[in-house]
Design a protein around this ligand. Structure first.
Ligand code: JAH
Length: 252
């Protein structure tokens, strides 16, 4: 998996990817991340990346020329590249998109904006996919690019060790996670559910699935319409509904 980034804040990426968990992936060559400073592609001695918006209004817009020069310089090695821009106007990012990107043979090139935006011609001429991580405004695209790269890299086989099981992840696909507990069995009067201490693996699996469905049904009911559910899941959801009649949900 090869990722390149164009940003005016390379430190943000270098700080994140120097974390221990990424060490192995980067050293082994399974993953390669190269961060490019947009300012290295400016012309003037002040290294100007922004200018006033045509038509007026508040804030500054990132100039097109440094992006064009940066993208051309990166693509000059002939490596097939998928150029991605982060913005609230993009297609909503989800786990399906993360999986598709993790299987992408081409290099991923992320273009990050700051200020009020990037000159539209950058998108028109250079960008293949515009992606949004959610309906909120960030100061810039850097955090969104990090979110995407993080979620993609962990899906690359062997990248982060292999501490996440593919079986578990496909089983829980599309619904919320079940509650997790570790020792001690009781802390400040708060008990670990009996079932988890029982050693009965069938019963534990059923309990976890039910609690995952309970959370999903209560907090994200729209997910249940898309998630791959079994007949056993339908039975568990009916049980949950019956239980709600006895003690209604206290959650907000
Ligand atoms: C904000 C440039 N969908 C998340 C997202 C992505 C990028 C930006 N905001 C939100 C952004 C200001 C300038 C990009």
């Amino acid at each position: 998996m090869r990722c390149d980034v164009i940003t005016i804040f390379p430190e943000i990426f270098n700080a994140y990817f120097s974390l221990k968990i990424f060490e192995r992936a980067l050293q082994s060559g399974i993953v390669g991340i190269k961060v490019h400073n947009l300012r290295d592609y400016t012309f003037d001695r002040h290294k100007t990346v922004d200018d006033y918006p045509y038509g007026g209004g508040p804030g500054m817009v990132l100039k097109p020329e440094p992006f064009f020069r940066a993208v051309k310089a990166i693509r000059a090695d002939g490596v097939e590249t998928c150029t991605i821009m982060l913005s609230p106007q993009g297609k909503p990012f989800d786990q399906e998109t993360a999986l598709a990107l993790s299987k992408e043979k081409r290099r991923l090139l992320f273009i990050c904006g700051r200020y009020e935006g990037i000159d539209e011609r950058v998108k028109d001429a250079l960008v293949e996919r515009e992606v949004s991580i959610g309906d909120y405004i960030l100061t810039g695209g850097e955090l969104a690019a990090l979110v995407i790269i993080d979620s993609v890299v962990r899906l690359v086989p062997g990248a982060l060790g292999d501490e996440h099981s593919a079986d578990e992840e496909s089983f829980s696909w599309g619904i919320l996670d079940y509650p997790h507990y570790t020792r001690p069995p009781e802390y400040e009067g708060l008990k670990v559910p009996e079932t988890l201490l029982s050693g009965n693996h069938g019963e534990i699996a059923r309990w976890r699935r039910k609690e995952a469905l309970r959370r999903t049904s209560s907090r994200r009911p729209e997910l249940l319409k898309r998630a791959p559910l079994t007949e056993e899941d339908d039975r568990l959801l009916l049980e949950i509904k019956e239980e709600e009649k006895d003690e209604p949900d206290q959650c907000s």
